[in-house]
Design a binder for this molecule. Structure first.
Ligand code: TYD
Length: 145
């Protein structure tokens, strides 16, 4: 199970240069998982929504490589909207969090670094099913703090 408090904004290093800035991302140093897959969304038409699912095991890091968009997180208890608009900022999303992406600016590019290869079996696409499962796992999890 996961809660919204488990997401993490991550700022990548920036090497400022008059020829253009440079950022880099290293597995284990800047992100807490090994990257197995990279995918990206682009040519997103105005008003479109993406996502609308949770992942049983997959962890992700989402970056606005160009333009901007919003990521809406939902753990079944609360919702949080996060605006991404810098290519040196990423949003870490653990497994088992419901996410939606919307408010894409024209020409925006959303890059996703993923901890697993693509498999449809890892998706939970029914919101009610997700909420039930996450709350069930939350009740079973050892309470700390
Ligand atoms: P999906 O993850 O549902 O898109 P989003 O959450 O961004 O709205 O994926 C859309 C389609 O693309 C779906 O049929 C599965 C396919 N797909 C792949 O084949 N490989 C991938 O790595 C991803 C992310 C999606």
């Amino acid at each position: 199970m996961s809660l919204i408090k488990d997401i993490k904004p991550i700022e990548f290093p920036v090497i400022h240069d008059h020829r253009g800035n440079l950022s880099f991302i290293e597995t284990g140093r800047h992100i807490p998982f090994e990257i197995k897959r990279v995918y990206y969304l682009y040519d997103v038409p105005g008003g479109a929504e993406r996502g609308g699912h949770a992942h049983k095991d997959l962890q992700q890091l989402i970056i606005a490589m160009n333009g901007s968009f919003d990521v809406v997180l939902d753990d079944g208890y609360e919702k949080k909207r996060i605006h991404l608009n810098r290519s040196y900022n990423g949003l870490y999303i653990p497994k088992m969090l419901w996410r939606e992406l919307d408010n894409f600016s024209s020409g925006s590019v959303c890059m996703v670094l993923a901890s697993e290869f693509y498999t449809e079996d890892d998706y939970i696409r029914d919101h009610n099913e997700y909420v039930e499962l996450n709350k069930f796992q939350n009740k079973k999890a050892p309470q700390n703090g």
